[in-house]
Write a protein that binds this ligand. Structure first.
Ligand SMILES: NC(=O)c1ccc[n+]([C@@H]2O[C@H](COP(=O)([O-])OP(=O)(O)OC[C@H]3O[C@@H](n4cnc5c(N)ncnc54)[C@H](OP(=O)(O)O)[C@@H]3O)[C@@H](O)[C@H]2O)c1
Length: 319
């Protein structure tokens, strides 16, 4: 595994990180979840990404990670970067969603309890909440660092103008924002417009989530929706209608390009993200050790010719 410095911080992250959004909840197979996490760590994946609401049910991914950590990884705490987040709906009533200080402070305490950790390495505001003053949310993040509940803080999916304001507020209190998390993959290149340039300018790390577009950027949906795939599961975030004829058409064209490069579509999709040095890491999901192995193995043949980049752009633009 290779590592990249996260923005201008001293913290390095592995090129491939593991996310626990799907496949690690109470509804999932605990033995497979354990194998995936332990295999990841053996292969040098030091970064595991959680959120309060991951499951289902919400909270159960943190509980399961906590059990695996306490049984197998406790002695390696100083070799691990564990993140969690709060911002989306977690519990009923006015204090279990959004960006209020009340919600964020209660949530980090709950997440620490569920995982059994003494602190997180990174804690994120999971989304911008237009109903809460930005200063309130950001002050809560700053105070979490000052209270020793997290070492670093990050933002996820924030509009650029709000992120910039937040970076300035944090800087003024000597708590820099470490990292920005956003959806970025071959089917969604939105962050290229302003999110990635902004983070580069402010020397904040950038980490891409759903780098395989939840599995669409693999060969699994080329001939229909397989049983047991995320799109086939009732609780999966990827819906059957997301596997549309238009998307399949694009994926087929990308698959041809990947074959010409001697790679699988999943491999090409991950290295395409990583060929941009401004991308600190990509957070993959995996429902098996085999998938994770494929994804870790992808980090080679990282260069792209101008012709290949041009072809990707034409596919993106449906030309
Ligand atoms: N900040 C946010 O708001 C936010 C939002 C979303 C995600 N995230 C983070 O990003 C992480 C990753 O998101 P994601 O799970 O959508 O990532 P992803 O890597 O785009 O998709 C993962 C899914 O793709 C399939 N897959 C992975 N590797 C494969 C391979 N080599 N061959 C075939 N299929 C493969 C599996 O689906 P099957 O289950 O079908 O096998 C797997 O569950 C999350 O766990 C979370 O930590 C953050």
């Amino acid at each position: 595994m290779n590592y990249r410095f996260c923005g201008n911080s001293g913290l390095q992250l592995p090129l491939i990180s593991l996310g626990l959004w799907h496949n690690f909840g109470e509804v999932d197979n605990f033995s497979i979840a354990t194998d995936v996490i332990l295999h990841a760590f053996e292969q040098g994946i030091t970064h595991f990404d959680l959120a309060n609401n991951y499951g289902p049910p919400p909270g159960s991914a943190e509980i399961n990670f906590g059990k695996i950590f306490q049984t197998h990884l406790k002695n390696h705490r100083d070799e691990l970067i564990i993140s969690s987040k709060a911002g989306h709906l977690m519990w009923e009533g006015p204090y279990g969603d959004g960006g209020s200080r009340k919600y964020l402070m209660a949530s980090i305490d709950q997440s620490l309890k569920r995982t059994g950790l003494a602190y997180f390495d990174i804690f994120y505001s999971h989304r911008y909440d237009p109903q809460t003053p930005l200063e309130e949310t950001i002050q809560a993040l700053i105070d979490m660092v000052k209270q020793g509940k997290t070492l670093y803080v990050g933002l996820s999916k924030y509009p650029v103008d709000k992120a910039l304001e937040a970076y300035r507020m944090m800087q003024a209190q000597h708590v820099r924002c470490l990292i920005f998390q956003d959806r970025y993959n071959l089917l969604n290149r939105e962050p290229e417009a302003d999110v990635i340039p902004m983070n580069k300018q402010f020397e904040v790390g950038f980490i891409a989530f759903s780098p395989l577009a939840q599995g669409l950027l693999t060969d699994k949906y080329l001939n229909g929706i397989p049983e047991n795939s995320r799109a086939a599961k009732p609780h999966g975030f990827l819906k059957k209608e997301d596997v549309s004829p238009e998307i399949i058409h694009k994926i087929r064209r990308l698959n041809v390009l990947a074959e010409q490069r001697g790679q699988t579509l999943a491999e090409m999709s991950l290295v395409w993200l990583l060929h941009n040095e401004a991308v600190t890491s990509v957070i993959v999901g995996a429902s098996s050790v085999k998938q994770l192995q494929n994804n870790i193995g992808s980090v080679k043949n990282i260069g792209f010719t101008e012709a290949e980049l041009g072809e990707i752009m034409r596919i993106n633009n449906d030309e």
